[in-house]
Structures are given as C-alpha cells and as structure tokens.
Design a protein around this ligand. Structure first.
Ligand SMILES: [Zn+2]
Length: 388
C-alpha cells in the first residue's frame, strides 16, 4: 500500500524531492527513504542529482538542492492500438507516455475483423521485437475501435456502424492473440484521453473531444474522468438530428450529424459539383488551396457540428472543446463556424466559458489515448509486481 502511494505520487508528479514525496504520499520521511531505496534497487525509481539547479533553489544559493526522484520511464511500457475504418495504428509507449514505436498500416478493418486482429498482433510483436521490450515489461494493451461499446455487456453496438464486427469480442480476441490484458474503448473516448494526457487538453478537467473522421463521435471527460454513461455509449453525437430532410444515415435514422457533416459526407457534396470522386485528403488540399466550394462545404459542416456541440456546451458547461479527426486539419475554416454556432446557440455564461481548439496530437490522439488507458492504471500494476 505504501509502495503504491509512492509510485502514484511520482507518476502524477515526476521530479519530487524525498521531502515533497513524503508530503504528497502522506508517509513519514523514514518510510519514504526505506521504500525509495528498494524502488531504486529494483530499477523502478531513479535519482536526479542537481536536477533542481535550474529552479528556485539555484537562486537561493544556500546549500545543495535536494536530489529529485522520478519513475524510470523505460522500466515499463504500454501498447496503444487504434483500429480506424481503414487502418491500424500501433504505438509502444514508455511509462511517461513517450512513443518509442509508432507504426501505421492500411487495413480493411470494417469488413475483415479477423485479418485486422491478426495484423494488429503482428504489428505489436514487431514493435516489441524492434525495441527489445520483453513481455514482462509490458503493462498491457489499450485498444480503440470506431464503434460504440456497451460497457454493461462488453458487446459492440456494431449494427450499421461496423457491420463485419457483429458478435466479435475484440478485447478477448486480442488477449488470446497476445497473452496480455487488453483494455478496449471507443475511438472518440480514447482520443479524448490522448488529448488530455499528452495534447491540447492537458490540465483540463472538463472537456469534450469531437472526432470528425469517417464517423463523428464525442469523448467526454468530466471532473477529470472519462464519462462513459450507463451503457458506455455516451457521446454519440454523430447520431443526433442535424437536418430533418437530410440523407438516411448508416444507423437507419434520417439527417444525423454524421450523414451531414462527416468528412466523407462533405467530400460527397463536392463530388457532385466537381463531377469526380473526391478523397478526404484531396478535399483538405482543396481547402488549403482556397477552393471556394470546398471551403463552403467545410464551413457548413462546421456550422452543423457547432449547433450539435452548442447543446453539449449548454448541458455540460465544459471548459474546452477539442476538435480532432481528419477534418480538423481544415483549421479555422472549420473551427470558426463551430465557435460562431456555439456563440449563437449556447447560453452566454457557458459560451463565454468554453474554448474551442484543434487537437494537438492529430492522427495520433487515438493511439496515444489507447496507451493512456493502460498507463492510467500503471501505478497499481507496478506496485502489484512486488506481490508476485
Ligand atoms: Zn445516424
């Protein structure tokens, strides 16, 4: 228990002196000294003599600065797996969340789940092999999947969203392939975690992450914790009504936000006027080149997203809205209409309190957030090593 307190304190606040560590862990100096000695011996904690020299104590000039302690970031690792509709991404992260390997492979995830799971196994094995990380050094695998996941049953709500995955238990399948515990969550939820742990939402406790990719989803973090809802499907903003006369959505309803404003829907709008097929990448190039029609289409998508987000802003009163996914690359062409719609449709105190920003991690938000799923539980896993 005391070991866990020390590991937790150092995980949350790297570079603490023994005195500060005793205070944060609420332990006596003597207990801290004994346990730190043990943790240093087993290679889990390291000392940084003189690391404080650049801080306030250098100004004082009296006495030596205290030796600071931190966890050894390469003493344990976590794997993040991001299953998109058409790709698999793998990141091997150290304890500090630093990605040591970050690999991307195209894959027909939507229609070929078994092949995709097999491919993910190979990518993870290769990542471990290339860095010489042994299985015992791995804390676990976090996995993000572009589908709502029912927390109560563990089932995927795949109908119409990810049709090929019906009846598949991805976490169990991946565990069987790797022999390592796998934590599974929805892609927008892990994206929110990624931006909170390593990106635009660091230090923010109330935020909404909007992912604008093939689908549209929101990851909610309230009071510093992910908010999954009672069944784990909170944040399905892609399927709120946006336009009653809009197209039929893949979920079976009409005029969902996703059917109106997803990058694929926006590209589809332009295909008709351009008279040729348009990839999302090409759409973004046209926006960057100042193409009027492309900018208009993206701006209107921003307005539709903003109207939906304004409801979340009214209901949840978040501090920050982070916009991620492919379409976020359009920058202010997309973000300004989102901000304007929030300004127009949210109550003044909530609109005045919220900032809207682009994600900082780009396409890596989901894979790093998936690793963060595992890293968040790392103090407990590290302390448990001593019980074995
Ligand atoms: Zn829908």
């Amino acid at each position: 228990m005391n070991r866990l307190r020390i590991i937790e304190a150092l995980y949350r606040r790297p570079l603490l002196s023994r005195a500060d560590l005793a205070q944060h862990a609420r332990l006596s100096r003597a207990t801290v000294s004994t346990l730190v000695e043990e943790l240093v011996r087993v290679g889990l904690v390291e000392e940084h003599p003189g690391a404080a020299a650049s801080g306030a104590s250098a100004e004082g000039g009296v006495g030596r600065p205290p030796v600071l302690l931190s966890l050894v970031s390469r003493s344990a690792f976590a794997v993040g797996l991001d299953f998109g509709h058409q790709h698999i991404r793998v990141a091997l992260c150290d304890l500090a969340g630093e990605p040591i390997v970050d690999e991307y492979s195209p894959a027909d995830v939507d229609h070929a789940p078994v092949e995709s799971l097999d491919l993910a196994r190979e990518l993870v094995r290769e990542a471990l092999r290339s860095c010489g990380v042994a299985a015992y050094q791995l804390l676990g695998v976090g996995m993000g999947l572009a589908v709502p996941i029912n927390k109560a049953t563990g089932d995927l709500e795949a109908d119409g969203i990810l049709p090929g995955w019906h009846g598949i238990r991805p976490a169990a399948e991946m565990e069987a392939r790797l022999g390592i515990p796998v934590a599974l969550d929805n892609d927008a939820n892990v994206g929110a975690l990624g931006e909170k742990a390593f990106g635009a939402a660091r230090g923010v406790d109330d935020l909404v992450y909007i992912r604008l990719s093939a689908g549209i989803g929101a990851g909610l973090i309230l009071h510093g914790r992910p908010y999954p809802g009672v069944a784990g499907v909170a944040g399905e903003i892609g399927h709120v009504l946006s336009d009653p006369s809009g197209p039929i959505c893949r979920c079976g309803n009409r005029g969902c936000l996703e059917a109106v404003a997803s990058p694929v829907a926006v590209a589809g709008l332009l295909e008709r006027s351009l008279g040729q097929p348009l990839t999302v990448q090409r759409l973004l190039e046209l926006v960057a080149d100042g193409h009027r029609g492309a900018r208009r289409a993206v701006a209107e998508a921003g307005d539709a997203v903003g109207r939906a987000v304004s409801m979340l802003v009214n209901v949840l009163n978040p501090e920050l809205v982070v916009v991620g996914g492919d379409l976020a690359q359009a920058g202010d062409i997309l973000l300004e209409p989102i901000r304007a719609a929030i300004e127009r449709h949210s109550v003044a105190p909530a609109a005045g309190a919220v900032r809207v920003t682009e994600g900082r991690l780009g396409a890596r938000a989901e894979v790093l957030g998936a690793a963060a799923l595992v890293l968040a539980a790392s103090p407990r896993a590290l302390a448990a090593r001593f019980d074995a």
